[in-house]
Design a protein. Structure first.
Length: 569
């Protein structure tokens, strides 16, 4: 067998799973439209085939001349080939550049260029665009086309695989846990996306914590509505059921397709964003579907807090014993904390609605965290930080084996986010909040989104929660007019009516405005808010999770006075 089985390569876990259940199904991917009964055909990949195919890809790359440590950018849609190729890159010791296409073409090209890739692994369309923009990627000499190759050179994936079949099994490199494994980009929701360096040790730590905390066992079947989790599934011995959906637009999912796949495969686990589960809940209510997922036993939702109301409605659609968990973290540090839906519904959700912030739960094993005094400047050494007492709102910083230690794209941001503490590196999350008596973190918003008034700071999540309790409000955004420390707070409202009639006048907008101002005046944390804007268009949000509001864009609207005025009767 290839020598990497016992080294630090996270992909060596796949060999172990193959040994334990070679004929087990690793990936099931739809191969055609559903039949009239909702059933459909699937292309199946066993753990043995996945491990063998990724071995062949790795050996073929090495045989071709690709060296460990080289950077190859992945531009392949999520599916079985994506999973096979990523494991192939990891086995070859290659650093995989992973970018969510949902960040938009402008950011995508810039991130790829700044990553300085040695090559691209991509579908023909991606390779064609890379060829047109080749001056942006002067080092990209090792290009693999997943599909038919035209005039842009390099090799096809099948050529790489065929070469790998003939190569010596001992050709694969030995990899240490400290070696680079991937560059994964942040969403860019609060600034330009940053390239985070993941080591093989980072992935090992993530897999171990997720499996242990959520009691995930080999043989489970996961409806994977978030691509990266499909990679985790494979090395935990979990079958990845790829649903019929666009993973870059979770809010646009067709819930019927999820339900059909879940029932056909009797899935016991599902991973999706809050926007996805909210869409599922609304669809089931509208279509009077009472028990859409009878075999589910575990639901994971990450990317943003899930409202208690959504969790309660989702629980009503599932078996009473189902655990619905919401892991908390960031691209730079995941997982950090977690909370179960019952705790949210019974305790923390009602507190959140009163402006206490959103409780994200307790720490994962190995995580250390502190709340430090808010500072917008760089902080490179632990002595520069000031730890705050329990209950005091400040910035969260974390450390642990799953916490990344540096940005390699936009490295200028390292002093703003990484704090040295001897051999330990702390990551400043950019999230503000406080720790309670049970060592739970209560999220109060992003540091960059806080409003600094002449009297005291205002934080987005607690303030917005007050307005979100109004039955006509879908969501709200607290934005500052002017510059710190003399900003004026403004709340922009997206109504339920706005969601349904995008761009049309809002009925009784002035009356609603008056009601919301009265609501604000009754609460101590919002009583200084005197300007409310009822929008006729939805608030701008990120594509990946459909929940992170682009408050920077809204602040720019205020600065340029191009905001949409409330409709008048």
């Amino acid at each position: 067998m290839p020598q990497q089985v016992n080294d630090g390569n996270v992909a060596s876990r796949l060999r172990i799973i193959r040994t334990l259940s070679p004929g087990g199904i690793a990936i099931a991917e739809p191969s055609g439209p559903p039949r009239s009964d909702g059933m459909r055909e699937y292309n199946l990949t066993t753990f043995e085939n996945l491990d063998r195919r990724s071995d062949e890809i790795a050996r073929g790359l090495i045989e071709w001349g690709v060296k460990p440590g080289m950077r190859l950018a992945m531009l392949v849609p999520f599916g079985a080939p994506f999973i096979e190729i990523v494991f192939g890159l990891l086995k070859a010791g290659v650093v995989a550049i992973l970018i969510d296409p949902g960040i938009g073409r402008k950011h995508l090209v810039k991130c790829l260029s700044e990553s300085q890739p040695d090559g691209f692994v991509g579908i023909p369309k991606a390779q064609m665009i890379r060829s047109v923009l080749r001056r942006r990627f002067p080092q990209a000499k090792w290009n693999v086309t997943v599909g038919k190759r035209w005039l842009w050179g390099g090799q096809t994936l099948e050529q790489v695989v065929n070469s790998g079949r003939e190569a010596n099994e001992d050709i694969l490199p030995r990899v240490q846990r400290s070696d680079a494994a991937a560059i994964i980009f942040t969403t860019g929701s609060t600034g330009p996306p940053k390239g985070v360096l993941y080591t093989h040790g980072t992935f090992h730590a993530q897999i171990d914590r997720i499996r242990e905390r959520y009691d995930i066992h080999r043989g489970s079947r996961d409806l994977a509505c978030f691509p990266l989790f499909g990679l985790f599934d494979a090395v935990m011995g979990v079958t990845t059921i790829i649903p019929d959906m666009d993973p870059t637009r979770p809010a646009d999912v067709n819930p019927q397709r999820l339900i059909e796949a879940a029932n056909q495969w009797e899935v016991d686990q599902a991973f999706g964003s809050p926007a996805l589960w909210n869409t599922v809940v609304r669809w089931c209510e509208a279509n009077q579907v009472k028990q859409p997922f009878p075999t589910l036993r575990r639901v994971l939702s990450a990317g943003a807090p899930v409202p208690a109301e959504t969790l309660q409605k989702l629980r009503g659609l599932l078996d009473p014993e189902v655990n619905i968990v919401t892991p908390y973290g960031a691209t730079e540090a995941l997982p950090i904390a977690s909370i179960e839906s019952r705790e949210v519904i019974a305790e923390t959700g009602p507190a959140a609605a009163k402006g206490k912030g959103v409780c994200v739960g307790t720490r994962f094993e190995g995580v250390q965290w502190r709340i430090i005094k808010i500072d917008d400047g760089p902080m490179t050494h632990i002595d520069q930080s000031e730890e705050l007492p329990q209950g005091k709102i400040g910035e969260l910083m974390v450390s642990g084996p799953m916490v990344t230690t540096e940005y390699v794209v936009r490295a200028d941001q390292n002093p703003m986010h990484k704090i040295q503490d001897g051999e330990r590196v702390w990551h400043r999350m950019g999230d503000v909040g406080y720790l309670d008596a049970r060592d739970r973190f209560w999220f109060c918003g992003r540091k960059t989104h806080r409003i600094e008034t002449a009297n005291r700071p205002l934080f987005t999540i607690p303030c917005e929660a007050i307005f979100n309790t109004h039955p006509r409000v879908y969501r709200s955004a607290l934005v500052g007019r002017g510059d710190r420390p003399n900003q004026t707070p403004v709340v922009m409202i997206e109504t339920i009516e706005c969601r349904q009639n995008n761009g049309k006048p809002i009925a009784d907008a002035q009356s609603l405005q008056k009601e919301l101002l009265e609501l604000a005046a009754r609460n101590p944390i919002t009583r200084r808010i005197e300007e409310i804007i009822i929008r006729r268009t939805p608030l701008p949000v990120d594509i990946r999770h459909n929940s992170k509001i682009f408050r920077e864009r809204l602040a720019e609207e205020l600065r340029t006075e191009t905001r949409i005025q409330p409709s008048r009767e």
